[in-house]
Design a protein around this ligand. Structure first.
Ligand code: PLP
Length: 417
């Protein structure tokens, strides 16, 4: 469900014509709908209202400051994976005690920054990291609250590049090693274990893997309690999928019910780290057709957005729905929608039936609100797209379009002497 709708044959973002936004701000252009974002957050968060919980938006899905601020106003906490994301979350006004810090490679400076900010907890992914956090906290005269990230070894049945909770993945600690790790943590001077964490993957379209992981985690929690270590938080990570194409992921309400039912009778505070399910369908990428081209074997629609703007199709072979901003009812043709970058993997869609569009027309690439702009780069010295947030009639420039000057700013000194 989202607020990008056609009215009188034209695509709108809430009350604003997408074509008007493209005329004012140019393309490629990310457009987010604030109402959609709020609705998704509310739907997710209220699905867990039967249980103490904090919904921590996964900043890596969309780290735009204004967007984080909007979510913060709804009561969201944040799940971060770097010092840069901590900086953004704090700038956006997110209370530090609603921030959890995940990731396998936290550097000493990043640990210091998070301790000084006073985040709720670190989700620790190795013994080396645990020892490092203990040492850094001791130096600062602080106590670090931590969860250990358990790898429950379940198959999330998603794309292999976004599955994280299987034995072969780099994430978390093996469940058998974890009991010893908790015992070691409890002995450390500057460490306070307060939770258990897991995150098994992304774009999951069924509830079963979550329940399977929860089962293993709860069995582990029991062993932990028996060993005299009591924790308050259970962090279940993110990962709930969205419909990009024909997927039918469970509704957050159904997901919430299954999890809260499974946790009935415990007094754990649940932490959730949704990213995609909040932001994914809250954003589109608007692009202009530059040329059309027909070779003996294929039709191409060449657009002004590329893999540097939206990497998911080239990275994972992901599907994104592409539609005209102003549909004209023309017959369809099977095409590849490609960008100007000098790589054959630079495509937004392959073998797609699209109306016979012409240069100068606008296309909307849907479900681009998560892992869209955040994965963008300057490859081929392409300035990155602007980001717009529409809120009812209001248009907010959430990030200006980068300029050529921005591209070289950090290098100029070297040639100007
Ligand atoms: C990426 C990530 C998330 C968010 O995943 P989604 O699939 O976007 O919900 C949550 N937690 C951790 C630790 C992550 O790495």
């Amino acid at each position: 469900m989202h607020y990008f709708e056609y009215k009188n044959g034209e695509l709108y973002a809430e009350n604003v014509k997408v074509a008007d936004l493209a005329a004012t701000y140019g393309t490629p252009l990310y457009v987010y709908s604030a109402a959609t974002l709020r609705r998704h957050f509310e739907a997710f968060d209220s699905a867990f209202e039967g249980i103490e919980h904090i919904t921590c938006f996964s900043v890596k899905a969309n780290s735009n400051l204004k967007l984080l601020q909007l979510l913060g106003e709804q009561g969201a906490g944040m799940d971060i994976v770097s010092g840069g994301e901590l900086f953004r979350a704090l700038k956006a006004g997110i209370p530090a005690d609603k921030i959890v810090y995940s990731g396998v490679g936290k550097r000493t400076e990043e640990i210091e920054e998070a301790l000084l900010a006073g985040i709720l907890m670190f989700n620790v992914e190795s013994m080396g990291e645990l020892e490092r956090i203990n040492a850094v906290a001791k130096d600062l005269g602080k106590v670090a609250r931590i969860s250990l990230r358990i790898n429950p070894d379940v198959d999330p049945k998603t794309h292999p590049y976004i599955s994280t909770g299987m034995k072969k993945n780099k994430f978390g600690l093996d469940i058998e090693q974890s009991l010893l790790a908790y015992k070691a943590a409890a002995e450390m001077e500057a460490i306070e274990p307060i939770g258990i964490d897991c995150h098994i993957g992304s774009q999951l379209t069924t509830i079963e893997p979550f329940l399977e992981a929860l089962d293993k985690i709860m069995a582990f929690h029991k062993r932990l309690t028996e060993a005299g270590i009591t924790v308050k938080y259970l962090d279940l990570g993110g990962g709930l999928g969205i419909p990009y194409d024909a997927e039918e992921p469970p509704h957050p309400t159904e997901f919430g019910k299954a999890i809260t039912d499974a946790l009935a009778g415990t007094d754990l505070t649940l932490i959730l780290e949704p990213g995609r399910v909040i932001a994914g369908n809250s954003g589109i990428l608007v692009t202009n057709v530059v040329y059309t081209k027909t070779t003996p074997s294929k039709h191409f629609v060449i657009v002004d957005s590329a893999m540097n703007d939206l990497a998911r199709p080239s990275l994972y072979g992901s599907y994104h729905l592409i539609s005209e901003v102003a549909p004209k009812g023309r017959p369809e043709k099977n095409v590849d929608v490609v960008g100007p970058i000098c790589e054959s993997t630079d495509f937004l869609a392959r073998d797609r039936d699209l109306p016979d569009v012409e240069p100068g027309e606008l296309l909307a690439v849907f479900s681009a609100g998560a892992y869209g702009f955040t994965m963008s780069s300057n490859y081929n010295s392409r300035a990155r797209a602007a980001e717009i947030i529409v809120d009812g009639d209001k248009v907010i420039v959430a990030r200006k379009r980068e300029t050529y000057r921005d591209l070289v700013e950090l290098e100029l000194e070297s040639i100007e002497g």
